[in-house]
Design a protein around this ligand. Structure first.
Ligand SMILES: C[S@@+](CC[C@H](N)C(=O)[O-])C[C@H]1O[C@@H](n2cnc3c(N)ncnc32)[C@H](O)[C@@H]1O
Length: 268
């Protein structure tokens, strides 16, 4: 008797010609659901935290879809090599242009050619810093393809050839792009309609109006001798709104003078 192949819940892979496989196989596949595709050497890293809580529920409900493209499948030779030594010498290895080129071609199969509708992004410390405006832009698209780098990065010719947008999570270096891809997807997917239970919470939080968010409090009324600021329990909604605005402005001025300057310019 031939045994059915085990269902993979870890390393998911696709054939070179196949479309990325959904991670949640009983996904209802709602027509037009926002879709993310991630090219990675570590498909088992997904969905990771994206499979939890609100993003996980939205994935299960088919409000968005997630597929991985296993870069190793496109590797060269018997060992499916994906990297080689840097031209010009130096330490480390670089992801090969031909291997990544094939993976990108497979990952972009069937997606709109217009990059404004479906961006192709390489996570890289050299990229433009990721921010809320970028998350909003991605959330307004039909989908997004992300390339998680490893080693010393990616052959520049692939970036130039496909017109790839480079996005950084911040001024630090991680060993790979998978965590950065998850962060970008989390920030993006929660802006899609229906993903957050209370849509108002996305409108009021940090960066939505160019400022950091005001401090938050909840019960108990006194903790370790510290009280909740009385204005918040006064029932005066106007006073609460003014207090929150003042706090947001003070925090932004102190911690993020760059954001404060930009917010002031916007108001002028
Ligand atoms: C060790 S890093 C490569 C760093 C590269 N040699 C440099 O100096 O810019 C390997 C991969 O991790 C990912 N990565 C590391 N730090 C990142 C960051 N701050 N933002 C986004 N991706 C990052 C990228 O995909 C990168 O290709």
């Amino acid at each position: 008797m031939t045994e059915a192949p085990p269902k993979s819940h870890g390393r998911l892979s696709i054939q070179a010609s196949a479309r990325p496989r959904d991670l949640i196989e009983d996904n209802p596949r709602l027509l037009g659901a926002w879709e993310a595709r991630v090219i990675t050497l570590f498909p088992e890293a997904f969905p990771g935290t994206l499979g939890l809580s609100l993003t996980g529920k939205a994935l299960q409900d088919g409000l968005w879809r997630l597929g991985t493209i296993d870069l190793r499948q496109f590797g060269e030779g018997r060992h499916r090599n994906v990297d080689d030594t840097p031209s010009g010498g130096g330490p480390g290895m670089v992801l090969r242009a031909d291997v990544m080129g094939r993976a990108i071609a497979a990952a972009m199969e069937g997606v709109p050619e217009d990059r404004a509708r479906w961006p192709l992004v390489f996570l890289s410390p050299r990229g433009r810093p990721f921010d809320q405006a970028t998350a909003r832009r991605f959330a307004a698209c039909d989908g997004l393809t992300l390339i998680a780098g490893r080693f010393e990065g990616l052959d520049q010719r692939v970036i130039d050839h496909f017109g790839i947008e480079e996005i950084s999570l911040g001024d630090f270096v991680m060993t790979g792009g998978e965590i950065a891809a998850e962060a970008v997807l989390d920030a993006t997917v929660r802006l899609r309609p229906g993903v957050l239970g209370n849509a108002a919470s996305a409108e009021e939080e940090s960066f939505s109006d160019g400022l950091l968010e005001h401090p938050q409090y909840t019960r108990p009324a006194i903790w370790q001798g510290r009280e909740i600021p009385p204005v918040l329990t006064s029932g005066d909604h106007g006073a609460v709104a003014r207090w929150r605005r003042d706090q947001a402005e003070a925090l932004t001025r102190a911690r993020r003078p760059d954001l404060w300057e930009a917010a002031r310019k916007d108001e002028e």
